[in-house]
Design a protein around this ligand. Sequence first.
Ligand SMILES: Nc1nc2c(ncn2[C@@H]2O[C@H](COP(=O)(O)OP(=O)(O)OP(=O)(O)O)[C@@H](O)[C@H]2O)c(=O)[nH]1
Ligand SMILES: [Zn+2]
Length: 299
Amino acid sequence: MKGQGRIVKLIGGFYYVDDGQAVYQTRARGNFRKKGIKPLVGDEVIFESSNPTDGYILELLARKNTLVRPPVANIDLVITVTSLKEPDFQANLLDRFLVMQHFAAINTLLYVTKGDLLTPAAYGVFEPIFAYYQRIGYPVLMTQNPFLAENLQALTDHLQTQTAVVTGQSGAGKSTLLNHLNPDLALATGVISQSLNRGKHTTRQVELLKFGSGWIADTPGFSSLEIDQIPLDELKDQFVDFVPFSAQCRFRGCQHVNEPGCAVKNAVADNEIASWRYDNYLQFRTEIESKTRFQYKRK
Ligand SMILES: Nc1nc2c(ncn2[C@@H]2O[C@H](COP(=O)(O)OP(=O)(O)OP(=O)(O)O)[C@@H](O)[C@H]2O)c(=O)[nH]1
Ligand SMILES: [Zn+2]
């Protein structure tokens, strides 16, 4: 038979395709292989299969978007799980996630965890920081006890028919959040967490799981993230809080570094743009510049 379905996981060179009725184990064939295009979890595909364990992907349908890390396609929403403690909150890492997700044109929601490990006073320090992210356009779900029913319900309301991916730093609480969200998901992650005994990192591969009428995927955590695939002069556009000001910069194409009459720098001085955001912007620029220089040298 020939059918259309979605790749829900990738293990050992096999792509598992869900066509809404069943899941088929397939391998990649098709023209796209010659072009060097690799199927990703989340891809819509045309496949051929005579039985559930022996099929072929013939064709990849056009992708809406692609997230490089984790490698997933056709995502509507990324839930970026951000812990306040164990591991400590790092605005630099959070901004990396946000910049990469904006560059990939994927919507982001912030889910804040581990407030329960802090005193109310220590927790309070973080409130204005996340209020800032909320103000510049990122939905934020944040309560001191992160897994209160109302907070989980608010997240469920955001999910609906969407395809969502849970991402974030190692140990931030991604799997824990999924377990709280739905007992059915807990089953799926429960299998994986048996391997917990062998090491610290639980989630090793991306798998799309049915959630309500949509899909959700846990992903392996990571502790660093390179932003150097973003072209240097496009980095400023990924800082969503800079964009409303940049139209008032004296020079078109202002990079907000040394240019006179820069409205973004003025906004930083006036505390309208958070200084840590601007500092991270300059740091990311330096990283991209040093990478680019390296590439020129090699030619
Ligand atoms: N106190 C507290 N502990 C939490 C919270 N969220 C997660 N944890 C604990 O933190 C540890 C790591 O949680 P996980 O859900 O495995 O983290 P993860 O982000 O999935 O980790 P990786 O799969 O390694 O990327 C576990 O021991 C959880 O029980 C929270 O909000 N509060
Ligand atoms: Zn400027």
